[in-house]
Design a protein around this ligand. Structure first.
Ligand SMILES: [Zn+2]
Length: 583
């Protein structure tokens, strides 16, 4: 039988399909204010308009509805009542059908959340903090038009209409395509048949052309992992700021914030490039394919996902590899990054208590305090370690023929959005790629805490070795510059002494502690020696003895003196370059 009915439905839905239009006027940039007008067709019955409670790329409830003020609605020019029904939902309380206009004021001053910021030099708008949506029109095409001060330029990953307008096929694309408009520097380049734009807002110690040239080198290195691109055009947005730092991936763009003086020296600049590479990797790993629980996004509540370690960890794992493969980072610099990540892992008590899978699921929990310090692992750094372990095992298992990159190419080719994947999908693909059942690996490395890892064996596979740095004094205390205890490592000397988060350290052995001088003071003591720590605890002066210990300050990764042919082959298969000579 001919499927008449589906055809009828699609014809019907086309006939009522209408654009949603957003008009934003930067009415008072100096006070971070804009006026927004939203126009759409409304059917009969009341209509709920919502603003997301979180934004993509940041797994945290941000409650952005606190930026919406003085909301009014009219249908065919006649004002209708609106009532708030929950923290992020406004109900247009009218049964009438017609053209709905909703107007409101937007207060945009959350730069550091990469949510929205308007001032007299620019506006950055992530739609999840600015534009309302209704569930039934989420899939409708839409347009955004901006009225901006003279001289401003408007940029987004979205398709442009006119100087300051954009269109998107639906709200999901809008929400994943932030807009940067204002006075900024702009650079364009092409690479691998794709168009790229770099826009930089803010002054700083950067060379914009050099940055564009370096990004051009980085982007094509992506093809060592994937075949093809999920975009035709990509925008790097950079905010050179006075304190905000961080970055967020979007559909075919990224927003990177860093201190205006963080583009030099080289180590800082490499960190910036690594961040850019990280966000760029996300264009595949998260934006083109992502794990169960995050497809489709539910903007009104937390999206629990046990594979966030793969989303963030693999991305962190690949970020420096793109720099290495494109020649932007030297092998020695790459080894230094590896050494630092091993040092950080060995110092994290959470490696004995939480798996990367649990850390993924609990990503929405506030990370501070003892949870962050002693109980949890990080989906970025520990996720990258699990990625490395898996890569090494795949290479070993397949005589260097199959790598972790092949798994990601599979996810891109076979499980791209709107499809998704879960742990079982990954196990099936891994078995198919390598012939090995990775169930045991999953049980030990993904679903259980990593505990202590054998880094010697891991590095030896690639002709590398781990060298511990000189031991340095160890208390287990993390202090802020004023001497306030931010964290106490579980089981450490400070833990055993009885110190706690929030204690304010004021003296060591009866002598006042100058701001930021604690680590330097420790050098005057020997391992095993007892120090008297004087501190305020909730305003009460107290003293406790602490027995000083030591631990290796930092681990370094080095090339072995006489690498075997097998080690050289494994290194080349792993990173795509020759194993350098030992130094
Ligand atoms: Zn990320």
């Amino acid at each position: 039988m001919k499927p008449l009915l589906p055809f009828l439905f699609s014809a019907l839905s086309l006939s009522v399909q209408a654009e949603v239009q957003y008009q934003m006027t930067m009415s008072d940039p100096a006070h971070h204010l804009a006026e927004v007008e939203m126009t759409q067709t409304k059917g009969q019955g009341s209509l709920d308009l919502m603003l997301p409670v979180w934004r993509t790329g940041r797994y945290e409830i941000l409650d952005q509805a606190n930026s919406i003020r003085a909301l009014k609605a009219s249908i065919d020019g006649v004002e209708v009542p609106v009532q708030k029904v929950d923290k992020s939902t406004w109900r247009v309380d009218s049964a009438k059908a017609g053209t709905l206009k909703v107007s409101y004021q937007l207060y945009a001053n959350r730069l550091g959340d990469r949510l929205h910021h308007i001032d007299d030099s620019h506006a950055f708008i992530d739609a999840s903090g600015a534009f309302l949506y209704s569930a039934d029109q989420r899939q409708q095409p839409l347009t955004v038009n901006l009225s901006v001060p003279q001289g401003w330029n408007s940029v987004s990953g979205m398709e442009k209409i006119g100087s300051h307008g954009f269109k998107a096929p639906n709200y999901d694309v809008l929400i994943d395509s932030p807009i940067e408009t204002g006075l900024h520097k702009s650079y364009e380049f092409q690479a691998g048949g794709k168009d790229y734009q770099l826009v930089i807002w803010g002054e700083g110690n950067y060379d914009g052309q050099q940055m564009a040239d370096d990004l051009e080198k980085m982007v094509t290195a992506s093809q060592a992992i994937w075949q093809g691109y999920p975009f035709d055009r990509y925008v790097f947005m950079v905010h050179a700021t006075n304190g905000e730092r961080g970055a967020t991936e979007h559909l075919n763009s990224t927003i990177i914030q860093t201190s205006r003086y963080n583009f030099a020296p080289r180590e800082s600049y490499l960190r910036f490039l690594a961040t850019a590479a990280h966000e760029f990797v996300h264009t595949w790993n998260v934006k083109a394919y992502r794990g169960d629980g995050l497809v489709p996004y539910d903007y009104q509540q937390e999206n629990y996902a046990s594979l966030l370690w793969l989303a963030e960890g693999s991305t962190s794992y690949f970020q420096n590899q793109l720099l290495l493969r494109s020649g932007l980072m030297t092998p020695q610099e790459y080894f230094k990054v590896l050494g630092k990540s091993i040092t950080a892992f060995k110092a994290n008590p959470g490696r004995f208590s939480q798996s990367v899978s649990q850390a993924s699921f609990d990503s929405w929990i506030e990370k501070g305090g003892d949870y962050g310090h002693n109980f949890s692992v990080n989906i970025y750094s520990e996720g990258a370690l699990v990625s490395w372990l898996l890569d090494a095992d795949l290479l070993k298992q397949s005589a260097n023929k199959v790598s972790y990159r092949d798994l990601h190419q599979r996810l891109f080719a076979k499980h791209a959005i709107p499809a998704t994947f879960d742990d079982n999908t990954l196990l099936t693909e891994l078995k198919d790629l390598s012939g090995k059942d990775y169930g045991d690996f999953w049980a030990k490395r993904v679903k259980a805490p990593l505990g202590d890892l054998d880094f010697d064996a891991l590095l030896d596979q690639f002709g590398l070795a781990l060298k511990a740095g000189d031991p340095s004094p160890y208390t287990g205390l993390t202090l802020d510059p004023t001497g306030k205890v931010l964290g106490v490592d579980k089981g450490s000397p400070a833990w055993q002494a009885g110190l706690s988060d929030g204690d304010l350290l004021v003296a060591v052995d009866g002598l006042r502690l100058q701001p930021g001088s604690f680590e330097a003071r420790l050098k005057d003591f020997k391992t095993g020696q007892s120090l008297a720590l004087t501190f305020f605890r909730r305003d009460q002066l107290q003293q406790l003895p602490l027995v000083l210990a030591e631990r290796p300050a930092d681990y370094q990764v080095e090339v072995v003196k006489k690498p075997s042919r097998a080690q050289k082959a494994a290194f080349k298969a792993w990173l795509g370059i020759d194993l350098p000579k030992a130094q």
